[in-house]
Design a protein around this ligand. Structure first.
Ligand SMILES: Cc1ncc(COP(=O)(O)O)c(C=O)c1O
Length: 435
């Protein structure tokens, strides 16, 4: 296909490599993409952790089309449209108990910025304005805007962009391959990692700390699961010191771990929770922040005619996004998708862990329908082996995702067992070829 590719500067992409050998997608349906030449690609990563209900689902397609014709846009400041309320109610019904308010954004990154700002403002409106410090975690990924980058902990994402936000610190990550390699499900060792927050409390004093943000399952850094007891301990330390706990559920939300949210899978409820991706099945950009009544209500003092929270986006609660999200929730409910990972996780785990023993495989991690296969790096070329495996899988008709030398799998929740077999078979062959 003759196409000038110069003008498009692609995000998080090796642009020059891509443009020499482009990987184009032209069509999608169910578990598959098709290239412009008609080659079928099995989607092993739900697009980018977002197409949880599978591609081109009829109810979602129809809802978006009808909404565009009926109400294409409604200003979200001092105005609203009915579906924004309908969706918020539907979301609260499936959310962890206590998270009963929803604020809309357009992406995971914006959801993170919103949650961080909410946390700072919450303390301030309660007269506790010295709590300005934000705590993230090493290896965390919270999107690409300045707040999320600052609390994030992936050096490659941070190093180009100066000093980021001041007053941010990080607890240590939970990855412990010496003790936990090849664990099926949650690792046994490392709950004490949460105590690192006590170290930061001792250093900064709790009275300066607004919030801690973590991904319940760290995805972008290469699928790191919380050790048993870790999130519970983090919750307890936050409670002890009046620190808000934020779960970034942008990838874990909407069924990925076997329940609607990882907070439910792990039995730990945060004060604020960010979501995006699976919220609209990836069809229309949308994110959201869930908040407790206590946080919301703290803003509701003062004269009633005044804006309580000076924050929002032109496209917050966009009608197309609300319609897509409602149809996504309906599709998930019709097909039991929010808990389907529970039924498949045993099969998925067995399939994935069958790769143990292949050359260069140094760890395999899994939970629900999330998997990570870590490979040792090629000497002096970190990330190259992972990228080679990604390309090999693509050539064989399977889309996986790699970060560094970790291959991540997060297939649509509609995946069938023979497709799990195919995914793992192709990945195994790629690993052998790239060893
Ligand atoms: C945990 C987490 N937070 C935030 C984001 C950012 O979301 P977005 O790319 O929609 O801005 C991501 C994206 O992968 C994510 O995994």
């Amino acid at each position: 296909m003759a196409r000038n590719m110069d003008a498009y500067w692609m995000p998080f992409t090796a642009n020059r490599q891509f443009k020499k050998a482009p990987r184009l997608l032209a069509r999608s349906q169910g578990m598959f993409f098709w290239t412009p030449e008609g080659r079928q690609i099995l989607d092993g990563v739900a697009g980018l952790w977002c197409v949880n209900a599978g591609h081109a689902r009829p109810k979602i397609v129809q809802a978006i089309a009808e909404q565009a014709a009926e109400l294409d846009f409604a200003p979200p400041f001092q105005m609203a449209h009915p579906k924004a309320f309908e969706l918020a109610e539907a979301l609260v019904r499936i959310a962890p108990a206590g998270l009963s308010k929803v604020f809309y954004t357009n992406s995971g990154s914006e959801a993170v910025e919103t949650a961080l700002k909410m946390a700072l403002a919450y303390h301030r409106v309660r007269g506790d304005g010295s709590r300005t410090r934000l705590i993230g975690r090493e290896r965390g990924y919270h999107g690409v805007n300045f707040g999320g980058l600052s609390v994030g902990g992936i050096a490659a994402n941070r190093k180009m962009f100066g000093t980021l936000l001041p007053g941010v610190d990080h607890i240590r990550h939970t990855h412990d391959p010496l003790r936990n390699a090849f664990t099926v499900g949650q690792p046994a060792h490392g709950a004490e990692g949460a105590d690192d927050l006590e170290r930061l409390v001792a250093l900064h004093d709790a009275s300066t700390i607004a919030a801690v943000i973590v991904e319940p399952v760290a995805g972008s850094t290469g699928v790191l699961l919380p050790p048993k007891g870790y999130l519970e301990r983090l919750r307890a330390i936050c409670d002890r010191h009046g620190i808000l706990l934020i779960f970034d559920e942008v990838i874990t939300g909407f069924g990925r771990t076997g329940q609607a949210f990882a907070a439910q899978t792990f039995g730990v409820t945060p004060d604020l929770m960010t979501v995006a991706k699976g919220l609209t099945n990836g069809c229309v950009p949308m994110g959201a922040v869930f908040a407790t009544n206590a946080i919301h209500d703290a803003f509701m003092g003062g004269p009633e005619h005044l804006i309580e929270f000076f924050h929002g986006y032109t496209y917050s609660a966009h009608p197309l996004a609300c319609a897509a999200a409602l149809a996504t929730l309906e599709t998930c409910a019709d097909e039991g998708l929010l808990t389907r990972a529970q039924q498949l996780q045993g099969y998925f785990a067995d399939a994935l862990h069958s790769l143990k023993g292949l050359p260069k495989v140094i760890d395999i991690r899994n939970l629900g329908l999330v998997g990570g296969v870590e490979l040792s790096a090629l000497p002096g070329e970190p990330g190259q082996r992972g990228f080679n495996i990604f390309l090999d899988c693509w050539e064989q008709g399977v889309l996986v995702r790699t970060t560094g030398d970790v291959v991540a799998l997060s297939p649509p929740l509609i995946i069938e067992k023979p497709q799990i077999d195919r995914l793992v078979e192709v990945l195994g062959a790629a690993i052998k070829r790239c060893a």
